[in-house]
Design a protein around this ligand. Structure first.
Ligand SMILES: Nc1ncnc2c1ncn2[C@@H]1O[C@H](COP(=O)(O)OP(=O)(O)OP(=O)(O)O)[C@@H](O)[C@H]1O
Length: 252
């Protein structure tokens, strides 16, 4: 379980996150929504150790992370799919997976993304955007299950805007696998702008606005409240969110 208590992160002059509380449970999909600049990426970065927090507690299965360096957090099973799809374009899919985990079989992740099975010897740079995102998630999963981990628990997977630049139909495909990962007992914390696709399959939802949590509850509660849902996209005004598609995404 991931537990965040009173998290405050400062960068430059001001607080990017202020007194944020959030819980993400094993076997559950927790979604974090919020307008641009709300601090969603910063929150994931704080959990994986990319940025330091100024105050508050970050706990995974009761272990305080403050004194654990990034590599130690990864060994505890905390994996972070960062924004933007970074694959090695000149390497094949197989080689990209091998770089992530040379000693491990790729069978399990390829079962999760059968599309990759037929593309194992294709250069990653030639994959579609959706396939590249599958590869990025697959690599993170391989590392999550690394034999060098300190525990055998399924781990925490943080995914930041995996839908960036993808068509809704591809996002829905990726979300099916993300949902399936909860059945393996993983703790999933997902930053996502396609609220209409992710809320129906999520177990818990948070909205972050200007560094503070403005909603914590069930996806149903959020969906039933157009004002709150709108704030999850734009932060504060009265126009409803788009009924279909994400905000300003290009299909690919
Ligand atoms: N390295 C940095 N130094 C100073 N300020 C930063 C830094 N990185 C991000 N910020 C600021 O922190 C705030 C939160 O940024 P963050 O990327 O966490 O938001 P976000 O909710 O993920 O937004 P987006 O949806 O646009 O990715 C923004 O105002 C951003 O300008």
């Amino acid at each position: 379980m991931l537990e965040i208590r009173g998290l405050t992160v400062s960068r430059g002059a001001g607080d990017i996150l202020r007194n944020v509380d959030l819980q993400a449970h094993p076997g559950k999909l927790t979604v974090l929504l919020g307008p641009n600049g709300a601090g969603k990426t910063t929150l994931l970065d704080a959990v994986s150790g990319l940025v330091r927090h100024r105050a508050g507690n970050l706990l995974v299965n009761g272990t305080e992370l403050s004194r654990v360096a990034r590599v130690g957090r990864a060994r505890m099973g905390i994996r972070h799919v960062e924004q933007g799809r970074s694959v090695f374009p000149e390497l094949t899919v197989r080689e990209n997976l091998a770089v992530a985990a040379p000693e491990r079989s790729h069978r399990q992740v390829v079962e999760l993304f059968p599309e990759l099975a037929a593309r194992m010897d294709v250069h990653a740079g030639l994959l579609s955007g959706g396939e590249q995102q599958m590869l990025v998630i697959a690599r993170a999963l391989l590392r999550t299950r690394s034999g060098r981990r300190r525990t055998e628990e399924p781990g925490v997977l943080l995914i930041d805007e995996m839908s960036m630049g993808l068509a809704p139909v591809i996002v829905a495909r990726l979300l099916r696998t993300v949902r399936a990962l909860t059945q393996l007992g993983m703790t999933l914390l997902l930053v996502e702008q396609f609220a209409h696709l992710v809320l129906p399959i999520a177990d818990a939802a948070y909205v972050l606005d200007r560094g503070s949590v403005t909603f914590a509850g069930t996806p149903g509660q959020l969906q039933a409240n157009p004002g709150l849902l709108h704030a999850a996209y734009l932060g504060g005004s009265e126009t409803p969110p788009p009924a279909t598609g994400g905000p300003g995404r290009d299909a690919r």
